[in-house]
Design a protein around this ligand. Sequence first.
Ligand code: ZN
Length: 405
Amino acid sequence: MTALLVLVSTHGAAWAQEILIEDYPDVIDARVSATPERARLIIDLTGATEFAIVSLDAPQRIAVDVKAFDVKILAPADVAGRGLVSSFTVELSEKGRARTTLTLSSPAQVQQAYVLKAVADQPARLVVDLIPDTPEHFAQKVAADLSASIANRGQAPGAMPTDPGALGNSAISRPLVVIDPGHGGIDNGASAPNGVHEKNITLAFAVELQKVLIATGRFDVALTREDDTYLTLDQRVDLARQNKADLFISLHADTFQQPEIRGASVYTRDENATDVLDKVLADGENRYDMVAGFAVPRATPQVMDILVDLMRREMRKNSFQAAESIVRQLEPSVPLRKFPVRQADFFVLQAPDVPSVLVELGFLSNASDIANLQKSEWRDRTVNALARGIADYFDSIQKDVVASQ
Ligand SMILES: [Zn+2]
């Protein structure tokens, strides 16, 4: 379902020059972060491209090839952190192909790999996540890549790109979850009396949630921002829509006038917000964009035919189902607001074609919530509950599809 996954097929003409090499994107940055449990490679590009991944031995490496015209970085920075990957290089290894070679400190395998298209000032990206592998399985992968490459290209993969093989098949059917950490950059969001900003809390939760969801092996997971960056609400929605996300989940921890109001809640969009307090909350959220100096251009009214209406209804139903699944899993773990599944007119939930929910993790106007939101164990608990809820949601829509056949 995730159309953003652009995988190379060596059987077809994927590497043949259907497009002029001059039109291939440039590699403009590459960075690697690593821990003993996982590593992530991010390659920034001037446009989306195709890629292939091979495992190589002596020394143990994973090479990531992308179709590219040029490599416009002098030397990549060192690996951030210590773990699976000890060093890496990026080079234009032949005309039209840039190779990033990750030297492993222990055997590793690709957990997920996907291309994100450019959105606003965010460049296109290839993201490759690695997790540990057994020496036996790694050796098998090296052998398989070698024979596939010789069969397809008549050359060893050290010299030529090859098929990502099993990765392609398993990755392509995974749903894409886009997590949106609320606020960021000049927009702090809400602030607690102790000076803690909502933008930092939402980012910490989002990064953790991504990690937990990826570890299930069921999802591809992207973040709208990975650092303290300002994004308009439109940009957040666009990222989910352009990548055809299967679920969009925006994380917040706002303030309320009544300090006694506390607990988590999950919102879906309704232009006619049912609760006056909810309306106030949603208006405040939408206003952050204005405050930050960016007017929110309301979507131009399109011709609303019956199909669009049906699609909206379907998305609304799925959004509600997602909210219910998440709340069901949050309930045993964390304090919830009264009537925790709520509707409000949040602009960030406006995508007509992506089921979208907004999670208020708690309130920065409530002392207990403030304390919780800053505890890593509370964050773990919440994030694990959110992940279970998301998995339940996908299970439930799967069942709906089966039932309607
Ligand atoms: Zn917020």
